[in-house]
Design a protein around this ligand. Structure first.
Ligand code: HDE
Length: 753
């Protein structure tokens, strides 16, 4: 098997080729012997998980390796049973007094089945409800050894991890590509206990103090009367709050920018947001900010595309992550740190490190790589793993400690508290996905859903009845000892430090760091969002905020809204741009990109060659043809038809010839439902739409074998930037791949505002 990505692109093929049997060595590939497609015949054990889905590795609640797959522990046997293990002979009919008689209350199976069903749902997370998870491994580089003693960061140490990506505002069933911040939470099952890095894809936060969290979330969530809009910030209450509460300005401009609509979870940066404190073996401390850097680069959707995807494929990000992992195209991130001396002021070059609305530009403090994260295994059960995973910023290991960031302080309280409601009691650390891989001996007892059978008679200290066990450790035997930092003295106050009052210089730096096309996107986003607000006062107040960031930004948004642009009310900060904040202008690897290869039947040999070449390049080809099924002599299979394909699924489009509808068309369409003018062939309107969208969204387009006519029909100039007309499919692909390294054809933007 040359390229594992073939497993994703071949999904359709596999099912069709079922009768010809599985190809060797391709895990998860269905075939006649495969239980996934076999017709039911006789009783057998439950299905094993797919190879990339083997579930969490766990320890028993008391810290002993379980030695058995969790699925085996909870479920086994070939026969359907009650929850008590009694075999059942029927699960389709309630027990009745005769076929037409009343249902009997004594039907235990009915009551047990419906009782369990009635309680299948648990409360969704109040924020970050919609998420997608994956297992993986983290490998330390050892480069952090001088600043932290954390064992999992030592050279070549491999630590199992579970990552959950999420949106923030929407409900569990909301769409993936809404404009929002994304969560990026990582659980490291280290030898010294669990370490959670509960971050976001945006390096700053809306608020500086945890006490404001209910306010910002209430403002962002749907309106309390009608519960609309779902998963959107484009409404009055959100803009009402952020325009009055100007410390939110930096976060807001970040997600009005392209980072609010990532192309893929695989192509997002992650940030710890707060400043943390590392402690080395000598007890010396260093302040740090954590960064995740994706190997595939940082890429985004464009807004029109994001909105289309919400309808076409609301699971776009979730699917993208699972498909990539299933295909063996494992996403990777480097963990990095920016380091700052732990001075009493806790500032760096004048930037307050305790203020989570601040970044420290990478040009001032470079991000130093300390390890590599690889996601290589899908969950085997969404609920058990992705839904029940419980992260907590207070899950720390020796060598990593907290700072006095007031936002972090509130989080240290909140994450424990929320799990009691969400997971139904205090024993959620015993759920398989949450269990530490280090031995646990915590003397906690009883409580709802206790699954451990604890031994011993003395779960208290000091004791003599259990021989004084368990013993406490010291720093030399791996205890977590809080860094003995000096606590500032002062009066008890409800106040923020003076330095927290600057709400505009950092947003201004962000704006000045953007390329023209990214600025255009930001302006477009503000115009869209404020255009959805009903309250004039909210729009005007937001324009005032924008004026204080940059008058040109304000003017462009004001023009879009048809309102006058106010003057700034604060002096404009003199800040240098941070080029690292811009996503445009860099060249990135193209692995894992989706290439639509469209044909109406022309040059099938060329299409086949392109498909192979795309796979060789580590990208994913999806052949799009008028109908599903095989093409030509059956050597090629269509993964998408003109009905199921939409441009938004592809990073670039290649087209062989000009698919036509009409008397001579290669098409199985029903002429009655979409009549064609008599006697003439016209370019298939679905291909026209596909090309128009791909063009509009700045995607590279390559045609050969007479595809120019389709471009013309779509109004796409053949000499437009990023449009390639080539002699062969592979020649077109070569040029398109080069264009893809820059992610989009940015020259096509720049005229809308
Ligand atoms: Fe969270 N946050 N948060 N948050 N957060 C939750 O915990 C909270 C904050 C973040 O995939 C909740 O288990 C408060 C910043 C992620 O399971 C809750 C404050 C950052 C996730 C909670 C913050 C985050 C959460 C909801 C202000 C980025 C999803 C359910 C003090 C650094 C984790 C839950 C997952 C989830 C509270 C601020 C990231 C209610 C009070 C800043 C990625 O506990």
């Amino acid at each position: 098997e040359s390229n594992p990505l073939k497993r994703v692109t071949d999904k359709v093929t596999d099912t069709l080729r079922d009768a010809t049997g599985p190809e060797d060595g391709i895990p998860g590939k269905p075939g006649p012997e495969s239980p996934t497609v076999a017709e039911p015949t006789e009783p057998r054990e439950p299905l094993p998980p797919k190879p990339d889905q083997s579930g969490p590795d766990t320890m028993s609640p008391t810290g002993q390796p379980t030695g058995a797959d969790q699925a085996d522990v909870a479920q086994g046997g070939a026969y359907l049973t009650t929850a008590q293990g009694a075999r059942l002979y029927d699960t389709d009919h309630s027990l009745k007094a005769g076929p037409r008689g009343p249902v009997l209350l004594q039907d235990h199976h009915l009551r047990e089945k419906v009782m369990h069903f009635d309680h299948e749902r648990i409360p969704e997370r109040v924020v970050h409800a919609r998420g997608a998870g994956a297992h993986g491994v983290f490998q330390g580089y050892g480069t952090a050894a001088s600043v932290t003693k954390a064992a999992f960061l030592a050279k070549d140490v491999e630590t199992p991890v579970f990552v959950r990506f999420s949106t923030v505002v929407g409900s569990r069933g909301s769409a993936d590509t809404v404009r929002d911040t994304r969560g990026f939470a990582t659980k490291f099952y280290t030898s010294e206990g669990v370490f959670d890095l509960v971050g976001n894809n945006i390096p700053v936060f809306f608020i500086q103090d945890a006490i404001k969290f209910p306010d910002v979330v209430h403002a962002a969530k749907p309106h309390p009367d009608r519960e609309i809009p779902q998963a959107q910030s484009a409404h009055d209450t959100f803009w009402d709050f952020v325009s009055l509460h100007t410390e939110a300005t930096h976060h807001t401009i970040f997600f009005m920018g392209d980072r609010g609509i990532p192309r893929s979870f695989r192509m997002m940066e992650g940030f710890g947001v707060h400043t943390f404190r590392l402690v080395n073996a000598a007890g010396e401390t260093t302040l740090v900010k954590f960064h995740w850097k994706p190997k595939l680069g940082v890429h985004s959707l464009v807004w029109d595309e994001a909105q289309l995807i919400n309808g076409v494929d609301p699971d776009f990000h979730r699917r993208d992550l699972a498909d990539a992992i299933e295909a063996g195209a494992y996403p990777q991130w480097e963990l990095g740190i920016q380091t700052f001396p732990d001075t009493p002021e806790q500032t760096f070059e004048g930037i307050d490190l305790l203020d989570p609305t601040n970044i420290v530009p990478e040009e001032m403090a470079p991000v130093q790589p300390i390890g590599l994260l690889t996601l290589n295994r899908n969950p085997s059960n969404f609920f058990a793993e992705t839904e029940q995973v419980a992260f907590h910023v207070g899950h720390l290991v020796p060598g990593i400690d907290i700072t006095d960031d007031p936002l972090l302080a509130g989080r240290l309280f909140s994450y424990l508290d929320t799990q009691i409601t969400r997971l139904g009691g205090p024993n959620f650390p015993q759920l398989p996905i949450n269990r530490p891989h280090a031995p646990v001996n915590d003397m906690q007892r009883d409580g709802m859903h206790q699954t451990a059978v604890h031994r011993g008679v003395a779960p208290y200290r000091p004791n003599s009845l259990d021989g004084g066990c368990p013993f406490t450790a010291g720093a030399d035997t791996g205890a977590f000892v809080e860094a003995p930092v000096r606590v500032p003295e002062g009066r008890k106050v409800r106040e923020a430090p003076e330095s927290f009052a600057d709400h505009f210089s950092q947003p201004r730096r962000f704006w000045l760091s953007m390329s023209p096309v990214e600025r255009e996107h930001i302006v477009g986003a503000y115009v869209f969002e404020l255009g959805k607000c009903y309250e004039q006062a909210v729009r005007e107040r937001t324009l005032q905020v924008l004026a204080n960031i940059d008058p040109e930004l304000c003017r462009q948004v004001a023009d879009g809204l048809g309102l006058p642009a106010p003057e700034p009310t604060v002096p404009l900060a003199d800040v240098a741009p941070s080029p690292a904040l811009s996503q445009v202008g860099k060249v990135w690897p193209t692995e894992g990109r989706m290439i639509g290869v469209v044909t109406g039947g022309d040059d099938l040999e060329g299409v086949g060659a392109v498909r192979e070449a795309v796979l060789t390049a580590g990208m994913v080809p999806l052949v799009v043809a008028p109908t599903g099924g095989t093409l030509g002599d059956g050597a090629l299979t269509a993964q998408r038809s003109f009905v199921t394909a939409r441009s938004v699924e592809f990073d670039a489009v290649l087209l062989a010839g000009t698919p036509a509808v009409g008397p001579d068309a290669y098409t199985a369409r029903d002429a009655k439902s979409d009549p064609v003018p008599s006697g003439q062939a016209v370019t298939d309107p679905r291909v026209v739409l596909l090309l128009q969208e791909a063009f509009r969204h700045g995607k590279a387009i390559g045609v050969w074998a007479g595809g120019e006519a389709a471009l013309t029909a779509a109004g796409v100039p053949v000499d437009a930037p990023g449009v390639v007309v080539a002699d062969s499919g592979t020649a077109a692909l070569e040029q398109v791949t080069r264009l893809l390294g820059r992610h989009r054809v940015w020259e096509r933007f720049g005229t809308r505002v």
